[in-house]
Write a protein of this length. Sequence first.
Length: 232
Amino acid sequence: MARRHLAAVGLVLGLGLATLPAGASITAQAKSSTSKMSSSMGTVTGTVTDATTGKPIPNTYVVVGWTKLKRVGLTDAKGHYRIDNITPTSLTDAYGFAQGYVYYHGHPIPIKAGAVYDYSFKMPQQAFPKNLLPTMTGAMISPISAKAGDTVTFQAHVTPGAGGKLSAEVFAMSGILSHSVLLLHVGGNVYRGTWQIPADAPVGAYDFAFFGAMENCLENAVYPHLKLQITK
């Protein structure tokens, strides 16, 4: 388990803002298996649950390879997600983000061609005073309507919470398109990133959620959402 995630959980428990039931674990349960269908790409699947109640957490964004692979899954009502067509790599980070929870930063996982890797984990609720949380405003997508192959810019203003620093994990993510856009610091409190729409992206309106984490794993309390229209 990552050191930052351990620190965040310690902060949660130490302040008495959330507790874990006896025997509960915040460590990801991970195992790999060989897919029945041969493929040159890998798959990650799993279930995300509340560390206190054990209930599934819907609408959790799971990103695999946040700096390079940038593949995303979104959990359903049962907390389950699946990410296909991931480029094989020896080890890569896998994070979980859910509104109202401390973000999950677990251990690196392998992506193997033709294999399905099970990556399930639990997330503690985020119940900190608002002044400790980062705030995100001014989220924008430009242009808001574009064709496959076009490059789109994503931007937001992010301010860290009291007594903390922002991490480099500032994103815009689409669970339906299975892609994330990493927003880089460009000065002041402005973060910006670009994304080239894949050539095979279907026509439609796609939701993107914007969020960022601090080094103590606290996130903005509310995720701004914007839609990108992909046209012919």
